[in-house]
Design a protein around this ligand. Structure first.
Ligand SMILES: [Zn+2]
Length: 322
């Protein structure tokens, strides 16, 4: 999705000023676990958007942020959703920081807890499947993480006042997960999309339905942001949202056709023609997206669960690369 890239913000690891007193923390290459975060500073307080996948990564980020906002401590934080790469570092925030998130987030944090991921890494499928799990999660330190749940549920559009500055929390899910919150800074024209937006890589739909995620894309575009920080990948504009929206439509249409033709969801995923999106990194995520799409078409279809989904993604990736 290169056409969405904003060349004024280089896609390099670390803290980038994207508007007056607004920063993004970027983690190339944006693949599994390499998420972005953000910081919005007011007169005497700051708001953090997401923590990271492990404690060393989050510690490094918070230190860099403290350097650019002396005297403006983090008083509020947002977990854009409950995947661990956006919330496993929560325990490093000061106890008085109010963490805002959709109601689903606490349950998802625990469902995908560090020990669940460690177990996935320890499951032996044989090569090349073991290599896939390590490619996704092998770079992170899951030891010693104590999950800290959010404090404040985001039940509707909410405006925080952070050091005199307006920060809007917009629950736009279910989409990527069952509880996705975008963070809008109107005075700066900045939107932190969380994993409602993937740039330069394949989106993954854990919850859906796609129609709800597409509506979330339209809602983000309607805000008219000048700068958009995706959950993964380089900083972008509305062009980047339109490109990912097209991917979702493309895959959802084929999943429906396969369902109507009586194919299993596994077969639909393995036969998926990704068209012009075939070259995107992490294309195997279409397995998860197809699984979610089918579960909306057939509510009786059981959840395959993370181990089965990762096993099938590994097979999918091995087949397409071979
Ligand atoms: Zn993520």
């Amino acid at each position: 999705m290169a056409q969405g890239d904003d060349e004024t913000v280089p896609y390099t690891r670390g803290l980038h000023r994207i508007a007056p007193d607004v920063w993004s923390w970027l983690q190339p290459d944006g693949s599994w676990g390499w998420s972005n975060a953000g910081l919005i500073a007011g007169a005497d307080a700051s708001c953090l958007v997401d923590t990271l996948f492990d404690l060393p990564l989050t510690r490094e980020m918070l230190a860099a942020m403290a350097d650019v906002t002396p005297g403006r401590p983090i008083t509020d934080a947002v977990n854009t959703h409950g995947n661990g790469d956006h919330c496993f570092g929560n325990e490093l925030l000061a106890p008085e920081v109010r963490i805002h998130a959709a109601p689903e987030v606490a349950a998802r944090m625990h469902g995908e807890a560090p020990e669940v991921i460690t177990a996935l890494l320890g499951t032996r499928f044989g090569p090349p499947l073991d290599a896939f799990a390590h490619r996704c999660f092998g770079s992170f330190a899951f030891d010693g993480i104590t999950l800290r749940e959010p404090d404040v549920p985001v039940l509707a559009d909410t405006t925080l006042e952070v050091g005199g500055r307006e920060v809007r929390l917009l629950p736009l899910g279910p989409a990527h997960t069952g509880g996705d919150v975008a963070v809008h800074v109107p005075d700066a024209g900045v939107l932190f999309a969380g994993d409602l937006l993937f740039i330069g890589g394949t989106p993954v739909m854990w919850a859906g339905p796609a129609a709800s995620w597409i509506a979330a894309c339209d809602a983000m575009i309607a805000l008219g942001p000048e700068v958009i920080v995706p959950g993964h990948g380089p900083v972008t504009t509305v062009e980047g949202v339109l490109e990912m929206r097209a991917y979702l439509e493309h895959v959802d249409r084929q999943a429906r056709e396969a369902f109507d033709a009586g194919k299993t969801w596994e077969r639909a995923a393995f036969e998926m023609d990704l068209g012009r999106f075939a070259g995107l990194p992490d294309a195997e995520r279409v397995v998860v997206t197809t699984h979610a799409a089918y579960r909306h078409l057939d509510p009786d279809l059981p959840d395959a669960g993370p181990v089965r989904l990762f096993e099938l993604m590994a097979r999918w990736a091995a087949e397409r690369s071979g």
